[in-house]
Design a protein. Structure first.
Length: 560
């Protein structure tokens, strides 16, 4: 029998925007459900630089976005300090960079209301000894580093504490429209597929919020609405350790390989901007890796010889703008777009082909997600006739979840402060002890989330250090068996999935030490444990199990 679920607001997409909207609505007392086709931050929110923009990057190209970033980053620093590291940022130019751009930078920052302090080259090199000796100009701005996983999880956790619901691995696949009134349609049912089981169920929504990021056009299309989206892929590299303490930006018009962000124990370097057509095949290319390293080394020479532990790619959800120059996706606005599909999108007037209860929010940045959520929740509240105002700019974003464990280096601080006798270390790269995984597993179960290696990866630092899951995956799987979270062959499936996913990220950076690391991993899991033969072994075991259960049949077969 099909399940039918009634919910005032259905949010499609569990990125920072969707979870931010859930938090905003829940704080206003409006019930909502977030459905995500994978897991939290499976889209761009989990595949970005983690730069909390001061706005300085956009002062030349998009002053409105620049000013928006300046305001929103201050709010996020106030409400979510535990998700942010206030590193500060440096803009540096090297020999050969455009002197006009350098001269224009401080006045442009001033116009957008962005703090910008001029530094001598010597001051910059003292602050960041890793900078190139060919540096010719430097400015200090208020950039910071944000952990987007921590941010989205905290959004969702706080929303759940205020009555919201979250379904992972659930994908909106069809909208059923009420077409009784010509030209005035509304979504009466949303058909949802559970991507783990393949089962489908229907949701009856009051209002549907399309927060599907780069997939927003595909989701809008389920209602017959066409959105002109541009898919701009960006590739990023993760270094083995932290290379600088500040965010380092190249002082030139936005280009490839010009931002280095310290992200807890590592640094994240990128990015590229390549137009793509297919959202199902997003991966970093070897050529991008080589190009990025060559570009970055001009600014920070150590990037040439650094050990990289993985690469990843994400797609920016950009909305096509008719006046954007062809071929350069950086010229497409990084601002956000909120569409009320009850109205004509260009004139904001009632339209012939309206869908009363659908809104789409897309574009923007992690830095501006809270504002995007506020504007969307205002529109949803208006549609529901609710006047409770937004409170997200003043309400601290701190939930009761064991979220400290997601912070790299946090476990070691806690461990050093309060070492519990008898506790053992499960992850040496990120120093996470057994007791912390136990706590997280209990929390996942209490919150009806799947307690498996992938969920643990999302909610903690598992698999994120230099060994990319080689040792922690084994130890934590053992713990999950001991504590009866998994049984049978689930452990093998868990490890295989985690390592295969981690390997995708390692492939483009396999040289030097990381190649040796990957070979060790292969030696342990393939040669020693035979994980590459796991599927075959499972078939053989299943046959043995069946034989044991049906000895008569076996006897007959043997008799032949
Ligand atoms: C390479 C790169 C670097 C970036 N760097 C920065 C940065 O440093 N700072 C910054 O502020 N911003 C940065 N951004 C921008 C930022 O990452 C995005 O703007 C932001 O994460 C978008 O969030 P979102 O929730 O709107 O979309 P997403 O995070 O993409 O979330 C959409 C979600 O919807 C889900 N979904 C799609 N279809 C369905 C469906 N039918 N049913 C259910 N779920 C569905 C997807 O699985 C996905 O999880 C960067 C982006 C990229 C690509």
């Amino acid at each position: 029998m099909k399940k039918l679920l009634k919910i005032p607001v259905l949010i499609i997409g569990g990125g920072v925007t969707g979870t931010g909207i859930a938090r905003d609505l829940a704080l206003r007392g409006i019930h909502c459900l977030v459905i995500e086709k994978g897991n939290i931050n499976d889209g761009a929110s989990g595949r970005n630089h983690g730069l909390l923009h001061s706005g300085a990057r956009y002062v030349g190209s998009d002053p409105d976005s620049a000013a928006e970033c300046a305001r929103e980053s201050q709010i996020l620093k106030k409400i979510a300090p535990h998700c942010i590291e206030d590193t500060g940022g440096l803009y540096v130019a090297v020999q050969g960079d455009d002197p006009t751009y350098i001269a224009n930078f401080p006045p442009l920052c001033k116009q957008a209301g962005i703090n910008c302090q001029s530094l001598s080259v010597q001051e910059a090199l003292t602050l960041e000894p890793a900078l190139s000796k060919r540096t010719i100009a430097a400015f200090r701005v208020n950039d910071a580093s944000v952990d987007p996983f921590h941010l989205s999880l905290e959004n969702m956790n706080q929303a759940i504490e205020h009555g919201a619901k979250y379904y992972s691995n659930c994908q909106a696949i069809e909208f059923i429209l009420d077409k009784k009134r010509p030209g005035k349609q509304s979504i009466t049912k949303v058909r949802v597929r559970n991507n783990l089981t393949g089962n489908c169920f229907n949701i009856t929504p009051g209002v549907v919020v399309n927060a599907a990021g780069a997939w927003a056009g595909i989701v809008a299309n389920l209602a017959g609405i066409s959105l002109d989206m541009i898919y701009s892929k960006g590739t990023l590299l993760v270094t083995h350790n932290r290379i600088t303490t500040h965010v380092i930006n190249r002082l030139r018009p936005a280009a490839d390989g010009d931002i280095l962000v310290p992200g807890r124990t590592v640094s994240i370097f990128g990015t590229t901007s390549t137009r793509i057509d297919n959202l199902d095949d997003i991966h970093p290319e070897f050529t991008e890796t080589d190009f990025l390293v060559a570009q970055g080394a001009q600014m920070v020479p150590g990037l040439e010889t650094a050990r990289y532990i993985r690469a990843y790619a994400g797609v920016r959800p950009l909305v096509s703008r008719k006046d954007a120059p062809k071929g350069d996706d950086r010229a497409v606005s990084r601002g956000f777009y909120l569409f009320d599909h009850a109205k004509d999108q260009t004139k904001n007037q009632p339209t012939e082909n309206q869908v009363d209860n659908l809104v789409t929010i897309t574009g923007g940045k992690v830095t501006t997600y809270r504002l995007m959520a506020e504007k969307t929740a205002d529109l949803v509240a208006e549609k529901l006739g609710i006047s409770t105002p937004c409170s997200t700019a003043d309400t601290p974003l701190i939930s009761r979840a064991p979220s400290k464990l997601i912070e790299a280096g946090m476990s070691v601080k806690l461990w050093a402060k309060d070492p519990s006798p008898g506790d053992s270390m499960m992850c040496e790269c990120e120093m996470v002890p057994k007791s912390h995984f136990k706590e997280l597993l209990t929390w996942l179960k209490q919150n009806r989330e799947t307690a498996d290696l992938n969920s643990l990866r999302i909610h903690s630092r598992l698999g994120k250090g230099a060994c990319q899951g080689t040792f922690c995956s084994l130890r934590v799987t053992g713990l999950m068996y001991d504590e009866t979270y998994i049984k049978g062959s689930q452990g093998l499936d868990n490890i295989k999935f985690l390592l295969e996913e981690r390997f995708k990220g390692q492939k483009p950076v396999l040289w030097g030490s990381q190649l040796a690391q990957a070979e060790l991993n292969e030696g342990i899991f393939c040669s020693f444990f035979g994980l590459d033969m796991a599927d075959q072994n499972r078939v053989d075991n299943d046959m043995v199990d069946q034989d044991m259960a049906n000895p008569g049949i076996k006897g007959q077969a043997n008799g032949k």
